[in-house]
Design a binder for this molecule. Structure first.
Ligand code: ADP
Ligand code: MG
Length: 239
């Protein structure tokens, strides 16, 4: 597991829109940190900069004490799970999970053991020979998480991973994600616009609004002592 530190981060896109003017954030090693905020406030952009999928205009990013500001995505100690599962349709579940390790040319026995372990953690053992089209939405999302797990990253990044699932499945997957965080003993940074998801999963919530951080704190702190009206409204406190 690893900590993540963002110092004086600005993001201005090529069309000169500044989405994030100046953001500072320290994410604790081993935490389950949830970024919340309305659609368009810059959550995905922030996550993509941590992942290295988007450059920063200004500022620096360290992961596990290492400055990765100019390090490409594949060389950062992270794995990212998206809202759309982005599985390879022609490959089996096992192949999909194995794909990154094959690219990295890890030995076959090591890869097999890791696929088996991920399958066990994610309840995919019976499904390893199926193709993505033969899976439910929740099962596909588990495969996407499996692909991230086998990389053994210090930091997991999730961008609204459950938003395509129905309500019952979302609740179930929430429980599984919390268990996964405990078992893997890893840092998770999780983006959602769903307050309930944030309140139940997070040990730390970062409330964003228009590219800025409104407040950082535990679910209880944000609920009981919101510092701004925006936070109070967003977290749903009676204040
Ligand atoms: P969120 O994930 O919180 O919904 P995003 O990070 O996706 O928000 O987007 C934040 C803002 O940045 C939005 O106004 C969006 O239109 C803008 N944006 C995102 N990507 C680009 C891009 N490649 N070029 C210009 N603007 C962008
Ligand atoms: Mg987004």
């Amino acid at each position: 597991m690893a900590e993540v530190t963002l110092v004086d981060i600005e993001k201005t896109f090529r069309d000169n829109t500044t989405v994030i003017p100046n953001l500072n954030l320290h994410i604790e090693e081993g935490s389950f940190t949830v970024l919340v905020g309305p659609s368009g406030c810059g959550k995905s952009t922030l996550l993509r900069m941590i992942a290295g999928l988007e450059t920063v205009t200004r500022g620096s990013i360290t992961i596990g004490g290492r400055d990765v500001t100019d390090v490409e995505a594949s060389q950062r100690d992270i794995a990212m799970v998206f809202q759309s599962y982005a599985l390879f349709p022609h490959m089996t579940v096992a192949r999909n999970i194995d794909f990154g390790m094959r690219l990295a040319k890890l030995p076959a026995d090591q890869r097999q053991a890791k696929v088996a372990e991920a399958a066990r953690l994610l309840h995919l053992e019976e499904l390893l020979d199926r193709k993505p089209a033969e899976l439910s939405g929740g099962q596909r999302q588990r495969v996407a998480i499996g692909r991230a797990i086998v990389r053994n990253p210090g930091v997991f990044l999730f961008d609204e991973p459950l938003s395509n699932l129905d309500a019952a499945l979302r609740t179930k997957m929430r429980v599984e994600l919390a268990e996964l965080h405990q078992r893997l003993d890893t840092t998770m940074i999780y983006v959602t616009h769903d307050q309930i998801e944030a309140m139940t999963l997070a040990d730390c919530i970062v409330v964003m609004n228009a590219g800025r951080i409104e407040q950082v704190g535990s679910p209880m702190t944000l609920y009981q002592r919101p510092e701004t009206l925006f936070v109070a409204g967003f977290i749903g406190s009676p204040k």
